[in-house]
Design a protein around this ligand. Structure first.
Ligand code: 3PG
Ligand code: MG
Length: 398
């Protein structure tokens, strides 16, 4: 795979895919790590006097121009983080506009391209479009590991027509995740949470083969409880996945992987309910909604963590965006923070919500590596190499 060390990019027109899909709350970016992630590659390309076009998406406008998804809000943060005075902004990724701006730009200048998902050519993979645009550039760089699971024009299309080079952050993500997966030390445990089991079945099936213990929390645990004939009251469930939940448990049993499911819970009447009640799993009533795992379950998980040599975490164990249902997630983050180094436990975390939870708990210190990626992290753990990474590997333009 070409990268910024083994492939020289100097005084070139660079098409640079970044992931600037940052969390935005009331117009404010609450986590800039995806911008910071691109900094190392961008700095290098600037100092090598390239004209750099930054291509990224924001949200899911699905091929339509929707103002609230414009990427222009990110310009001040880009300037600050990349430490540059000026960044051009290209509203339309068409040949005329690209030519005009390229001529105006000095070497070492940056130009941000408007949300690439405003174009219908992005998600449907339009190779004619990719070719036309690629003709105006010398090289393509992909530094967006967290978007590389998408088979979209800006991820796999440009790589068909230009020398395609892996950015520094993309390499760092792959190296760190692979290192963790390839150097497995037993006993190892995975903590898997989040709201939907449907998005995590393949992950669970793959992890069962590699981990000694898997703790399941979040609303996805409810589907398992229901499959095990527990009353889960008003809790979020995916009823049609009963059978899958049973299959996962059978596979775990067969492969000697211990599954930890909640034995107690913190419930509210709804997610806004700030007066939670504590329940043993056998005592859930019909108007209860399970919103966090309870203390006994948390303790079971914590004991398992400190007796493990490796811990992988994807997905909060409760509805952590709504206080007080962030409690167990925070406790787990802190247990990892205070014990990982001391007990020599290798730790890896990833997934958008997991990252926020770890940051909320100020527990970053406890992790050897925190991936910036959500879906891409998940798919990598499922054993699928991202289309974007495959495109880089297969690229043989010099
Ligand atoms: C993400 O935030 O997970 C990536 O930027 C990909 O975004 P998507 O899930 O909308 O494709
Ligand atoms: Mg996503």
């Amino acid at each position: 795979m070409k990268n910024l060390e083994n492939y020289k990019i100097e005084s070139k027109r660079v098409l640079f895919r970044a992931d600037f899909n940052v969390p935005l709350v009331n117009g404010k970016i609450t986590d800039t790590s995806r911008i910071i992630a691109a900094k190392s590659s961008i700095k290098k390309l600037i100092s090598n006097k390239n004209k750099i076009f930054l291509v990224a998406h924001f949200g899911r406008p699905k091929g339509k121009i929707i103002n609230k998804y414009s990427l222009s809000f990110i310009l001040p943060s880009l300037k600050e983080i990349f430490n540059v005075d000026k960044i051009y902004f290209l509203k339309n990724l068409d040949e005329e506009s690209i030519k005009t701006i390229t001529e105006e730009m000095q070497r070492g200048d940056l130009c941000l391209v408007e949300n690439i998902r405003f174009l219908k050519e992005e998600e449907k993979i339009d190779l004619h479009f990719a070719k036309r645009i690629s003709n105006l550039f010398d090289v393509y760089v992909n530094d967006a590991f967290s978007a590389s699971h998408r088979n979209h024009t800006s991820i796999t299309g440009f790589a068909k027509f230009l020398p395609a080079v892996a950015g520094n952050h993309l390499i760092m993500e792959i190296d760190n995740i692979n290192f963790f997966l390839e150097n497995s030390k037993k006993p190892n445990m995975a903590i898997v949470g989040g709201s939907k089991i449907s998005t995590k079945i393949q992950l669970l099936n793959n992890l069962i083969e590699q981990f000694s213990t898997i703790a399941i929390g979040g609303a996805m645990a409810n589907t398992f409880l229901l499959a095990n004939k527990k009353n889960v009251g008003n809790s979020l469930i995916e009823e049609n996945l009963n059978e899958e939940a049973i299959k996962v448990q059978l596979k775990a049993k067969k492969l000697n992987c211990k599954l930890i499911l909640p034995v107690d819970a913190v419930c509210g009447k709804n997610i806004q309910d700030t007066h939670p009640v504590y329940r043993k799993i056998d005592e859930i009533s019909s108007d209860d909604m399970i919103l966090d795992i309870g203390e006994i379950t948390t303790k079971l998980i914590n004991e398992e963590i400190i007796n493990s040599k490796m811990v992988l975490w994807n997905g909060p164990v409760g509805a952590f965006e709504y206080k007080p249902y962030d409690k167990a997630t925070n406790v787990i983050a802190k247990i990892i923070k205070f014990n990982a180094k001391k007990l020599n436990i290798d730790t890896l975390a990833g997934g958008g919500d997991t990252i926020s939870a770890i940051k909320n708990a100020k527990a970053e210190d406890g992790f050897d590596y925190i991936s910036n990626a959500g879906g891409a992290f998940l798919e990598w753990l499922e054993g699928n190499e991202s289309p974007g990474v495959i495109a880089l590997k297969e690229n043989n333009f010099s």
